[in-house]
Design a protein around this ligand. Structure first.
Ligand SMILES: O=C(O)C1=C[C@@H](OP(=O)(O)O)[C@@H](O)[C@H](O)C1
Ligand SMILES: C=C(OP(=O)(O)O)C(=O)O
Length: 431
């Protein structure tokens, strides 16, 4: 059996409980922050165990456009800081981290930096970052397409005054993170104030602040919804990227769905990654989760529905929704209206695809209500969304005949997903 990137991927159904140990590559969020900070640094950096996937390759390519060197070496990715000598063209793909983190850096280039991405990237929210940078002194032309969206051109002049800006970051934490990552390189530094509904995915902002401090940048986040980055150098660093805990979700879900056991090695004892909250969420859904000596072990038995606010951990939603569709009671997933601006409108996508298999999922203003129903096989569309494809794979474990469209889209953050899934189910050895 070949599990390759065919347009329709027959999701393997589990023959019995899985029993596997999974090693995950580096975190997308950590790798892309480390790349940005290395390019802005005063000395070369080494990123050990980086994620090598579409989103991180796009980031590396974007930074090369700005004159950074990213060399893939045996012990990791060695980054020589950007020269900012000229502009160029940046492909953002569908990566939120590239489209929101690169413009604040591109303002430092001596020349025009043109950014565009996949078709769906052109509808992901960008207005907040564009107008914030304009307030801080940047010249940005977003008249090529629909104003407030990609494509856009940052007319870099080699420096940015910086200062204070008020934004509404309720649609994405990446607006705050993007500005903070570059803020120390602005002449007056940067103060960001948030004014609006609560910001989603706040652990990712803590990750940003933590990684800035690791590189010697002074950040004051003592006031709620306010961040002050002092102007100053960003040190080069030799660092190891943590494993991507959000990508642990489908594998841990497999333990639950098959009543088996999955161990994930290299689980950090302390982390800002939202995936760490899987331990609590899966436990509340009926799994036993034990973290000992850096190994998370999840053992499945009955699956229960959950009433959960996923505002802080929105990227876990597709897999949680798939597990919930197989539970013994209803689930209410709340606080995730912002998922409508992710790789696809994830609330609409999950409702349509799970219902297409016979499920009962209703969209609410800020989430999903999931009533488990007996499911049948059928095509599960992925909408070019890696986590939608993973959700389809999880359902396929329990539901014969699920065919996931474009499984290759998992390459956004985990190109090895199809082979790791086969290994989990011991299909590769049996083939
Ligand atoms: O900063 C980051 O690395 C991320 C922030 C979050 O974005 P939103 O705040 O837009 O949800 C998250 O969902 C995304 O996968 C990665
Ligand atoms: C929302 C996500 O990605 P992005 O970084 O493209 O926003 C995600 O990975 O779930």
């Amino acid at each position: 059996m070949t599990l390759s990137s065919t347009p329709l991927w027959p999701a393997p159904t589990a023959a019995g409980p899985v029993d596997a140990t999974v090693r995950l590559p580096g975190s997308k969020s950590v790798t892309n922050r480390a790349l940005i900070l290395a390019a802005l640094g005063t000395a070369p950096s080494l990123i050990r165990r980086p994620l090598d996937a579409r989103d991180t390759r796009l980031m590396a390519a974007a930074l090369r456009v700005l004159g950074a060197e990213v060399a893939e070496e045996a012990d990791g990715w060695r980054v020589t800081p950007a020269t900012f000598a000229s502009g160029g063209t940046v492909d953002c793909g569908l990566a939120g981290t590239v489209m929101r983190f690169v413009p604040p850096v591109a303002v430092l280039a001596d020349g025009d930096v043109h950014l565009d991405g996949d078709e769906h990237a052109r509808v992901r929210p960008m207005e907040v970052i564009i107008s914030a940078l304009k307030t801080l002194g940047a010249d940005i032309d977003d008249a090529d397409g629909q104003p407030g969206f990609l494509p856009l051109t940052v007319r870099g002049s080699g420096a940015l005054p910086g200062g204070k800006v008020t934004i509404d970051a309720s649609a994405s934490s990446q607006f705050v993170s993007g500005l903070l990552l570059a803020g120390a390189r602005y002449e007056r530094g940067l103060t960001v104030l948030h004014d609006g509904k609560p910001i989603p995915s706040t652990p990712h902002i803590q990750m940003t602040v933590g990684m800035l401090r690791e590189r010697g940048v002074e950040v004051d986040d003592t006031e709620p919804d306010t961040w002050r980055v002092l102007p100053g150098p960003i040190a080069g660093l030799d660092t190891v990227a943590e494993p991507d805990l959000s990508n642990a979700a489908p594998f841990l879900a497999a333990a639950m769905v098959t009543g088996g056991v999955v161990r994930v090695s290299g689980w950090p004892s302390a982390t800002a990654q939202p995936g760490d909250q899987l331990r609590d969420l899966l436990n509340r859904m009926g799994a036993r989760c034990e973290l000992a000596d850096g190994v998370l072990t999840v053992t499945g038995s009955a699956i229960h529905g959950i009433d959960a606010d996923l505002h802080d951990v929105g990227e876990l939603t597709p897999v949680i929704a798939a597990i919930a569709a197989l539970a013994d009671s209803p689930s209410h997933l709340r606080g995730i209206a912002h998922l409508r601006g992710h790789e696809t409108d994830r609330l609409a996508g999950l409702a349509a695809e799970i219902n297409g298999l016979g499920g009962d999922v209703t969209e609410t203003d800020d989430g999903l209500t999931i009533h488990p129903r007996p499911l049948h096989g059928g095509v599960f569309a992925s909408y070019d969304d890696h986590r939608m494809a993973q959700a389809g794979a999880v359902l396929g474990l329990a539901v014969p005949g699920v065919q996931v469209e474009n499984i290759a889209t998992t390459a956004k953050t985990l190109p090895e997903f199809p082979s790791m899934w086969a290994e989990l189910l011991e299909l590769e050895r049996a083939a």
